[in-house]
Design a protein around this ligand. Structure first.
Ligand SMILES: [Zn+2]
Length: 431
């Protein structure tokens, strides 16, 4: 289908990757951005979308989440990390079956689309269910089965096998890509981490892992390995494969040098880190060292939303507040983190992350005719500091309309809400 978006404010990036706006038409041919301001030759629109009072921006990229965890939203809050995880979340996860994971993931996709996210990097425990939910919703997804194991134990071997066969089954679906996700250094031993790294090299896959999230993790790594988590992972060769490292909260100067040198992408999850009282990642330092910093929400059990607009505002404000430097992380930085940097982290920078001729049309249309975007003094600032996601009106992924005037053409929303309520009744915590 060919789509023309008429007369919208389009968010573009200049050569220095600074965002700016241009009001013009946007032309989409067969899922691809074919013209900005100028129609390509022989273009006829099948659909024309009115861009009046609309801002068109590249779809946001959530670089670390566990979409199925929407099932555990608001179920265990205001608790210490260990009590939250081991006392509440893990016992509930043990009760879940694959089908539950599907409904939770689909709810996550709905929430992400409605707040402007078109692509997410998922770490999950239910093979096939994230891909199924992504397909159902029309979202683009980078899928990674969470891997836990030691040496060549049976469970770890099975999970690695599931990860590879899930990838095989989804071959040919251009909106899905795959990574391998060794969960963390405290849930995978060295032999297993080396094994997964080797499998990634053989398959040409990226890696996705939790790194340096809590103070405990750092202390234990120092005791056990005589190294920080980052030093340890570098030492065993894991960073020789392009890696998305989620969290990176507690880093030394040496750690930051390693991440920069190895080209590791740091996926920061500021709301989750603050909520669990784990601290803040040193984002200004990471940016100054040239580390690719992208943005994630983490799961809804530790956030409690999957809303990247909230994350963009928060990452900027928290670093201004903590460093005492109002220039620490600005609006342009956060917009880049949520788009271009995310695409880079996933190896999709030629496909998505910005509105450019030749890229796939993953585009969000925001309604700027709302109080929080008025007056129109600076729409870039509005995106970073005023938006809350409710401005998202229409969303395209791969040139397909997957949300129109906030309604899902392909999802039975009421059914999803019914199913997640039914599932969560078994946790016995509903009001
Ligand atoms: Zn996580």
């Amino acid at each position: 289908m060919n789509i023309q978006i008429q007369n919208a404010d389009i968010l573009l990036f200049d050569r220095g990757e600074k965002p700016f706006l241009r009001r013009c038409d946007l032309f989409i041919r067969e899922g691809c951005i074919a013209g900005i301001g100028e129609a390509p030759a022989d273009f006829t629109a099948d659909r024309v979308l009115d861009g009046t009072h609309r801002l068109a921006m590249p779809g946001l990229i959530n670089c670390h989440t566990h979409a199925y965890m929407t099932l555990m939203r608001n179920i265990a809050d205001d608790l210490a990390f260990d009590e939250w995880l081991f006392g509440n979340i893990s016992p509930i996860e043990d009760k879940l079956i694959a089908e539950d994971g599907y409904w939770g993931s689909l709810l996550g996709c709905m929430e992400m689309l409605r707040s402007g996210t078109t692509c997410f990097l998922d770490m999950h425990m239910f093979p096939g269910q994230s891909a199924r939910a992504a397909r159902e919703s029309g979202m683009r997804a980078a899928i990674s089965r969470g891997l836990v194991g030691s040496g060549d134990d049976e469970g770890g071997t099975r999970r690695l096998h599931e990860a590879l066969s899930e990838m095989e089954e989804a071959k040919g679906d251009s909106r899905l890509s795959f990574l391998l996700a060794p969960h963390a250094i405290y849930t995978c031993d060295e032999a297993y981490l080396r094994r997964v790294t080797q499998a990634a090299k053989e398959q040409g896959l990226r890696l996705h892992i939790h790194v340096s999230e809590s103070r405990n993790e750092i202390e234990n790594a120092k005791k056990q390995f005589g190294a920080s988590p980052v030093e340890y992972l570098a030492r065993i060769g894991l960073f020789d494969v392009p890696t998305v490292a989620a969290h990176c909260v507690h880093l030394s100067e040496e750690d930051i040098d390693i991440l920069a040198e190895k080209g590791v992408s740091a996926a920061t999850n500021p709301v989750s880190n603050c909520k669990l009282a784990n601290g803040f990642a040193p984002i200004p330092k990471l940016l100054a060292h040239g580390v690719n910093v992208c943005l994630g929400t983490d799961g809804a059990a530790s956030n409690n939303t999957l809303n990247l607009f909230r994350e963009m505002g928060f990452v900027s404000l928290v670093h201004k507040g903590v460093t005492g430097d109002p220039l620490a992380v600005g609006a342009a930085d956060t917009l880049k983190m949520a788009t271009l940097a995310g695409a880079r982290a996933l190896g999709l920078e030629k496909t998505i992350g910005s509105i450019e001729v030749g890229k796939r049309a993953d585009i969000v249309l925001l309604n700027t005719d709302c109080p929080q975007f008025s007056p129109r003094n600076n729409l870039i600032s509005a995106l970073a500091y005023s938006a809350n996601g409710s401005e998202v009106d229409t969303v395209l992924v791969d040139g397909e309309i997957v949300l129109e005037h906030r309604a899902f053409p392909g999802i039975d929303e009421e059914r999803v809400r019914y199913e997640v309520n039914r599932i969560t009744e078994k946790f016995g915590k509903q009001e």
